[in-house]
Design a protein around this ligand. Structure first.
Ligand SMILES: NC(=O)c1ccc[n+]([C@@H]2O[C@H](COP(=O)([O-])OP(=O)(O)OC[C@H]3O[C@@H](n4cnc5c(N)ncnc54)[C@H](OP(=O)(O)O)[C@@H]3O)[C@@H](O)[C@H]2O)c1
Length: 316
């Protein structure tokens, strides 16, 4: 089969299409004929050698979507011909940027009818992160006010939709007017420019001065002071990236604010969250906005894109 691989870490030009053996599924795995795979920021960090060593050469890609071609001896939930989507593949054992991938059953779920392969491929990691942050950790409720930094990103735009679907009031930030307009279409009550000098005031104004109960933050070092200004008493900050900065002298005690780090590597069983995302896709409550797609051979185009880029596999 053909697979995109890299033999050394580096920029996108280390990616090449190789002929490799088709994997054989283990007892608890299914073999998936990959129709689309997505490019997440973490794939790029691994490729660049910024996120730990991998055995080389390696097939990248944590997420994808396709058709079940074969099932391992212990697999009961899937059968050949099922449409599935994948998230959280172990990068040390081979990824989704290939014509076939052997996928543990804990990393897949059924993809609802009429959902595009590219959407199925793009939603896994970012959707799992957004769901785990907002529903599992923050436990957002209808009527809550939620601030989502970087709402235009892969995680952010799914988080906006999940929070809006839960009945929360969503304030999101983005760098361009086009992205802010799209965020309003996806359910944000207010979409603000993260470059604004008066961002904190604008967030407070958007909530009639009340502030927000929950914040999803991917740049904590940069935003902690702003977060503490706009969060309500007893509020919470879910942090997906960055060290937790020095807290001395900051008003944690006054407001009794909680900071909760989230690392998806600690949530290896993706099936429950993928099943939740499948229901949301089925209800048209959530979608992944795919910015660009690339043909399988066009690996040199896979520079650092947002999570919304997808690599289309056998369909091209
Ligand atoms: N902890 C975990 O397990 C986990 C899981 C998934 C992701 N992550 C991390 O979460 C972050 C987001 O991931 P992603 O896949 O959504 O990345 P992404 O698609 O590249 O999105 C990045 C977002 O950051 C925004 N941004 C850029 N500069 C900013 C600034 N100065 N202030 C505020 N926002 C800014 C971008 O806005 P514009 O595009 O509008 O400029 C965009 O919305 C990444 O750092 C990723 O590594 C962590």
């Amino acid at each position: 089969m053909r697979a995109v691989r890299y033999h050394d870490h580096g920029s996108a030009d280390v990616l090449q299409v190789d002929e490799v053996d088709r994997p054989t599924p283990e007892r608890d795995e299914v073999l998936v004929e990959i129709r689309a795979a997505s490019v997440n920021r973490v794939d790029v960090m691994f490729r660049a050698g910024q996120y730990g060593d991998l055995p080389l050469p390696t097939i990248p890609g944590g997420d994808g979507a396709g058709l079940v071609a074969e099932v391992g001896a212990d697999v009961e939930e899937f059968e050949p011909g099922d449409s599935v989507f994948i998230s959280g593949m172990d990068r040390a054992t081979g990824g989704t940027f290939a014509e076939y991938a052997a996928v543990p059953v804990a990393k897949i779920a059924h993809l609802p009818d009429d959902v595009a392969w590219t959407v199925g491929a793009a939603i896994g990691n970012v959707g799992a992160t957004a769901w785990t942050a907002l529903e599992e950790l923050a436990g957002i409720q209808a009527g809550d006010r939620v601030l989502i930094h970087g709402g235009s990103g892969g995680v952010g735009h799914i988080a906006v939709q999940i929070a809006a679907h839960s009945g929360a009031e969503v304030i999101a930030t983005a760098g361009t007017e086009a992205a802010r307009s799209q965020l309003r279409d996806l359910g944000a009550t207010a979409a603000l420019d993260y470059n604004s000098d008066s961002l904190a005031e604008e967030i407070l104004a958007a909530t009639d001065g009340a502030g927000v109960e929950t914040i999803l933050d991917h740049r904590l070092e940069e935003y902690l002071d702003l977060d503490l200004e706009v969060v309500t008493e007893g509020g919470q900050i879910i942090s997906t990236m960055g060290h937790i900065p020095e807290t001395n002298g900051r008003p944690f005690y006054n407001k009794e604010v909680t900071i909760q780090p989230l690392k998806m590597d600690n949530w290896p069983d993706r099936r429950p969250v993928l099943d939740r995302l499948a229901r949301l896709l089925e209800q048209d409550a959530v979608t992944a906005v795919v910015a660009e797609t690339y043909a399988f051979e066009n690996t040199d185009a896979l520079t650092r894109r947002s999570s919304l880029a997808a690599l289309s596999g056998n369909s091209s």
